[in-house]
Design a protein around this ligand. Sequence first.
Ligand code: C5P
Length: 221
Amino acid sequence: MRKLNKRIEFKIAADGSSASGKTTGGKLIAKKLNMKFLSSGTLYRFCALKVLENKNKYNLKFINKIANSITLKKLENKELYSPEVARLSSVIAKKPYVRKALKSFQKNFIKNSKLVVVEGRDIGSKIMPNADLKLFFTCSTKEKAKRRLKEFKNLDKKITLKQVEKALIQRDMEDIKRKISPLIMTKNAVLVDTTKLTIKQMEAKLANLVKNSIKKKYGNL
Ligand code: C5P
C-alpha cells in the first residue's frame, strides 16, 4: 500500500493484552503508511519508573508533575522495559488521578496528528472512541511469554520463561479486572489473533484491514 495522502484523516486505536503484538503491529503499519505512532503504555511505564526512583512514594501532585514533564524523547528510555517497571505500571494505572494526568498527553498527540496509530488498553473505549479503525490484539499466553522472554534476553535481564508467564498473567488480570478503563474489546473492534502469525503475515493482515477501512471512508483514493 502506498503512503497515505496527507489530506486524509485516519486514526487507528490498537488495544490488547501485554505482548499481544499491538506494539509491533501498530509500529509496522504506522511506518508503512507514514502515520504517527504512540504506545500509551510507555506513559504509564514512565510514571512507574519515576515512582520507583522516588522510593515507591507517589501522590496526585507528584504524578501531575511527572505527567507534565513527559516528552516523546523521554519515552524512548530503555529502562521503561524492565520487569519492575512493567509490574508497577499496571499497579499505578488503576489510580484515577494517574489515568487523568496521562489523558491530556494522549489527547493532544491525537489532536495534532491526522494520521495516527495509538496502542494501549483503553484507546478504543476511552481515549479515541471515534477512531476510524479499532483493532483488538490477542495471543496465547505461551506465545506471549516466549516473545517477552526474548525481549528481556536482548536487554540482558535474567528471568525464566515461567517467571515471565506468571508476571504476564498477573498484569493482564490487573488490567482486565480494574474498575476504571479496563482492558476491553469494544463492539466495533476487529479481533487480530497473532498467536500463529509471523511478523510478515501480521503486517499483511493489518495492511489489508487498514486498506479496506480507508476505502470504506474515502472510496478508492
Ligand atoms: O502496553 P504496556 O505493557 O507497555 O503497558 C504497561 C502497563 O500500562 C499495562 O500493564 C497497563 O496496566 C498500563 N496501561 C494502561 N492503559 C493503557 C496502556 C497501558 O492502563 N492505555
